[in-house]
Design a protein around this ligand. Structure first.
Ligand code: ADP
Ligand code: TMP
Ligand code: MG
Ligand code: ZN
Length: 184
């Protein structure tokens, strides 16, 4: 049987990593064979773990290129989990399809949009192939409503790849995003 693809998206702080960790827990409780990956670029906290903003953590293998994932597989995996997919290149699509076709359930988490509200193409490609897309929301940092679908960057350069947390980014709703953009 083929595996299925679940893609978890949303702005920063929306609980993508936490959701990924809950799925990891389900497979672990069921004594399933799993592997967890993350891009090496994200050096936040720890290079060998995925870590949520609420500080829960799971061991992970840091990779640079999507193809590396296949070299770590032993052929008996039930599921593969990948966090921060927006930092991997578009060949992730082929690698993920190959895993699903060989019967592995794949769970991917990542940003759907940059702080400029441009789609991350690799995430969009994965969403197109997904069996299930989980779109998470954050609490808007400006108005407090549970409608945060965008990320606003309040310092630094215009670089759309820029590791950071509360030092640079807040989650906001669409109205607050537009207001902040008009002000600055
Ligand atoms: P993501 O991977 O999407 O950035 P995480 O799973 O790492 O999200 O973090 C989610 C956690 O972040 C929440 O459980 C909460 O404790 C915390 N948090 C901080 N700021 C916010 C916010 N504005 N909205 C929701 N959760 C927030
Ligand atoms: P998070 O979604 O788990 O909070 O992590 C998102 C990471 O992506 C964080 O290191 C900041 C970074 N980032 C960018 O590089 N570009 C962006 O446009 C945004 C919004 C975040
Ligand atoms: Mg995360
Ligand atoms: Zn708001």
């Amino acid at each position: 049987n083929s595996g299925s693809l679940v893609v978890i998206v949303g702005p920063m702080y929306s609980g993508k990593t936490s959701e990924l960790i809950s799925f990891i827990e389900i497979y672990t409780l069921g004594k399933k064979k799993i592997k967890v990956f993350k891009p090496k670029i994200d050096y936040r906290y720890n290079n060998t773990q995925i870590v949520s903003h609420s500080k829960s953590a799971v061991d992970a293998i840091a990779i640079t290129k999507p193809k590396e994932i296949l070299t770590y597989l032993q052929g008996n995996e039930n599921a593969v989990f990948i966090d921060e997919v927006q930092f991997l290149d578009e060949t992730l699509r082929e690698v993920v399809l190959q895993m699903i076709e060989s019967g592995i359930d794949v769970y991917c988490a990542g940003l759907d949009l940059s702080f400029k509200a441009n789609p991350f193409i690799v995430t969009a490609l994965l969403m197109a192939h997904a069996d299930n897309i989980i779109k998470k929301k954050a609490v808007c940092h400006e108005c407090g409503e549970y409608r945060g679908t965008l990320t606003y960057k309040f310092v630094g350069n215009g670089d759309e790849i820029d590791i950071g947390g509360f030092d640079k980014y807040i989650a906001v709703c669409r109205d607050c995003y537009l207001k902040l953009k008009q002000k600055n």
